[in-house]
Design a protein around this ligand. Structure first.
Ligand code: NOJ
Ligand code: CA
Length: 678
């Protein structure tokens, strides 16, 4: 090659290579732990990178949008304005894992404008906390972008270090209900969020989103190495999101903490990125424990449909109300109460009535009987994903709930991914995904309509939790991963490490209606559940939800009065929460202080191996003595061979003591600390 040709080739290479980026703005977290740099490269592409105590965590990652009817919003930007502010605020949750939440961050809002003729603008707001970063796009009203038809959000997350990832696959038929994969970070495919990583240096990183309102849910796809990109949930209308300007996207959240316990605590950040309560006085939202006409259907000993096995009959519901009242539960879920379950109920969802009960279920008599005993019926609206049909009846259904004192409704969207039936603007039925923009709108519609009638909502097969309970505190819980029902069906059953995975992934988003407490330890056809007895109790503490079900059949509780006592005693609403020890997928030890009382509860779960922990009890009030009521795995307990071995013992402890316990393979531990005096 001649020298000239060599020089020419070199020049070409320089032109083709990505242009180096200049930092145009920076912000640090309040204690200086995290720092974000925002850059523009030679192509005018906006990037951000994040470091933690000077260690690079997120490498230069670009931001932008692909639109269906206009050039992409990606290149040719210049910075035209920037604003900084700092916030240090503490607010109170009406119910939750913590009574008080501190919202402490530094914010930088950068407005970029295209240098090209279109001169479109967008502002990107970054909030830098000490344990994570949230950022979102704000698209102002502007002549050259009055409506954004978003085909894809071009948000990248470049994870610098190698490490291990815990992730559930996205866009699969069973929606959010997959076991977690544990792979190297560079082995991830397309992941749902929250999606959690532990890097080689021990950093814990989770990617999620906050305030998913009128937008489509975000998944993340690995491009190569540790480079990830946002992948929005599709819509039948073509673009994944259609919004008129001005609007803002949900927050993109990256939690970055030194260990498992601090990652769990960082889930407060997601609440902080949501708007304050819009409902005013929500004292009508009541955290509670409930029982149900439910597990029997999953065991196939009862049915939703009419017939000899029909579960929701007047007589059986009254029996269940008696059981609930006797044991201090204030809710009874009655599935199969309404018309529509008789044929292939999940096929179309067209047969469901949300106001008409089956003839053998006198809903007025049952609800009145319950209210007399302090037990509210919990409503059930299984839609089979047919939201067009459901929305037609929604107002009347919720009116009926209000009239009958049904103050919580479990909704359900059983259908394959992409099987939601929604009515489009053209009046026709369109098939949608569970986490698309249509469903973001639908869920908020249900929640706000329910709020008008003082009804709380608990969706199954839901849209993911992005902290909207702060804004709408009647959105009390949801499913959104594999719950206990999988241990009834066995397809396969939830393995022993499932909950130790959930706590550091799904649970970062918010409460889960997991429905624990199956003391029979058996599913359908007497097949074993992969858990010890003590672990069933621990789940009430480690898997947070302000409404917790005692899922088993009453006869199984009557047969296990010792362990059942813990389920009766355990609180569901908390002043404070701390994880004392935690390793993703292996172990979590969580303590929570009962709201408005000096008592604490401890829950610990392990995985398929024996685990041990030894923790200080310094969380207890140092001025008091406590009676520790301990429910631990027996010394020979093992989920495979001896799952029922449990030791229930009492000990007096103070804040200066420690507690060391063994968790059996597949096991757990639960402790109630009752303040007994000074
Ligand atoms: C799936 C839900 O998770 C389960 O709890 C419910 O019983 C069925 N759908 C029927 O609605
Ligand atoms: Ca493990």
């Amino acid at each position: 090659m001649s020298l000239l040709r060599l020089l020419a080739a070199f020049a070409l290479l320089i032109i083709a290579a990505p242009a180096a980026a200049d930092t145009v703005a920076s912000a640090s977290s309040p204690a200086g732990t995290l720092k974000i740099d925002i850059s523009l490269n030679g192509e005018g592409r906006i990037g951000y990178s994040i470091s933690r105590i000077r260690q690079p965590v997120i490498g230069e990652s670009h931001l932008g949008f692909l639109l269906s009817d206009a050039p992409q919003l990606l290149r040719n930007f210049q910075l035209v304005a920037q604003q900084k502010r700092s916030v240090d605020d503490t607010w109170e949750q009406p119910w939750g894992e913590w009574r008080k939440v501190r919202d402490h961050y530094n914010e930088i809002a950068l407005t970029f404008e295209e240098k090209s003729k279109l001169k479109r603008r967008m502002t990107i707001v970054f909030r830098v906390f000490d344990d994570g970063v949230g950022f979102r796009y704000e698209l102002p009203a502007q002549p050259s972008l009055s409506r954004a038809n978003i085909v894809e959000e071009l948000t990248q997350f470049d994870i610098v270090e190698p490490g291990t990832a815990w992730w559930a696959p996205a866009f699969e038929s069973n929606r959010e209900e997959y076991l977690y994969n544990r792979t190297p970070i560079d082995g991830v495919g397309i992941a749902q969020t929250p999606f959690t990583m532990r890097t080689a240096s021990g950093l814990h990183i989770a990617i999620h989103e906050a305030a998913l309102v009128d937008y489509s849910g975000m998944n993340v796809a690995r491009v190569q190495g540790g480079d990830f990109k946002a992948m929005l949930t599709p819509s039948s209308s073509g673009p994944k999101v259609v919004r008129d300007t001005p609007f803002e996207t949900p927050w993109r959240v990256i939690l970055i903490t030194p260990d498992g316990p601090s990652l769990y605590a960082a889930n407060q950040l997601i609440l902080n990125l949501n708007e304050p309560n819009k409902l005013g006085d929500v004292s009508w939202v009541r955290p509670r424990k409930y029982v149900g006409i439910w597990w029997g259907m999953h065991l196939d000993t009862q049915s939703w449909a009419l017939g000899p096995k029909h579960g929701a009959t007047t007589a059986y519901a009254k029996k269940m109300i008696d059981f609930a009242a006797k044991n201090g539960f204030t809710g009874l879920l009655a599935e199969g109460w309404n018309k529509g379950w008789d044929d292939d109920w999940f096929a179309t969802g067209n047969d469901f009535s949300f106001t008409q009960a089956y003839p053998d279920f006198d809903i007025r008599a049952v609800s009145a009987y319950g209210l007399k005993k302090g037990v509210h019926l919990i409503g059930h609206h299984e839609t089979s994903g047919n939201i067009a049909h459901y929305e037609e009846q929604l107002g009347a259904a919720l009116d009926l709930d209000r009239e009958l004192g049904i103050d919580t409704v479990k909704t359900g969207y059983v259908s394959d991914a992409g099987g939601i039936q929604a009515r489009g603007d053209d009046g026709k039925i369109h098939f949608e995904w569970h986490e698309g923009q249509v469903m973001a709108r639908h869920h908020l519609h249900v929640v706000t309509e329910a709020a008008k009638r003082h009804v709380a909502i608990n969706p199954h097969e839901p849209i993911k939790d992005t902290g909207l309970r702060r804004t709408y505190p009647n959105w009390v819980s949801r499913e959104g991963q594999r719950g206990m029902e999988y241990s009834a069906w066995g397809v396969p059953k939830n393995p022993p490490e499932h909950e130790a995975n959930l706590i550091f992934t799904r649970m970062l988003g918010g409460p889960m209606d997991y429905t624990p407490g199956v003391l029979s330890l058996t599913g359908r056809g007497n097949t074993p559940i992969l858990s010890t007895l003590a672990k069933q109790l621990a789940l009430y503490v480690v898997l947070y939800s302000p409404i917790q079900m005692a899922a088993d059949l009453p006869e199984n509780y009557d047969a296990n009065p010792g362990p059942f006592q813990f389920i009766k005693d355990v609180a569901v609403d908390w002043d404070d929460t701390r994880m004392l020890a935690g390793k993703v997928g292996d172990l979590a030890v969580i303590v929570r202080k009962q709201r408005g009382r000096p008592d604490w509860f401890l829950g610990a779960v392990g995985d398929e191996q024996e685990r041990r922990f030894d923790v200080p009890l310094s969380f207890l009030d140092p001025g008091r003595r406590y009676r520790a009521e301990i429910y631990r795995d027996g010394d020979t307990a093992d989920y495979r061979t001896n799952p029922r071995a449990i030791v229930i013992e009492r000990r007096t402890v103070t804040a200066s003591d420690r507690m060391a316990l063994r968790i059996a393979p597949g096991g757990g531990a639960a402790v109630r600390f009752v303040a007994v005096g000074k």
